[in-house]
Design a protein around this ligand. Structure first.
Ligand code: FES
Length: 84
């Protein structure tokens, strides 16, 4: 059985107020649009202590820092190898 990818979004107050509130919706819509909900476990987490580099997002074991609505599509497209 294939294991699901894991996307963890930081929902700590710093990351949330600095952009992850919007990133959360973007990721949700992206997974739905590309029919990836069955392959991905998408969930939130509390502050992991990387606020200075936030907003942060983890995909599997890889941490993405300073995630924004400008770079989130590149991150997701690259990870899921979706050509645009
Ligand atoms: S709030 Fe996200 S790392 Fe602290």
């Amino acid at each position: 059985m294939e294991t699901k990818h894991d996307i963890t979004i930081c929902l700590g107050s710093s990351c949330f107020s600095r952009g992850n509130k919007t990133i959360l919706e973007i990721v949700k819509n992206f997974l739905k649009e590309h029919d990836l909900n069955g392959e991905v476990f998408f969930h939130g987490d509390l502050c992991g202590g990387h606020c200075d580099e936030g907003p942060v997002l983890m995909i599997d074991k890889q941490m993405y820092k300073q995630v924004s609505s400008d770079n989130i599509y590149d991150i997701l497209n690259e990870f899921f190898e979706i050509s645009v």
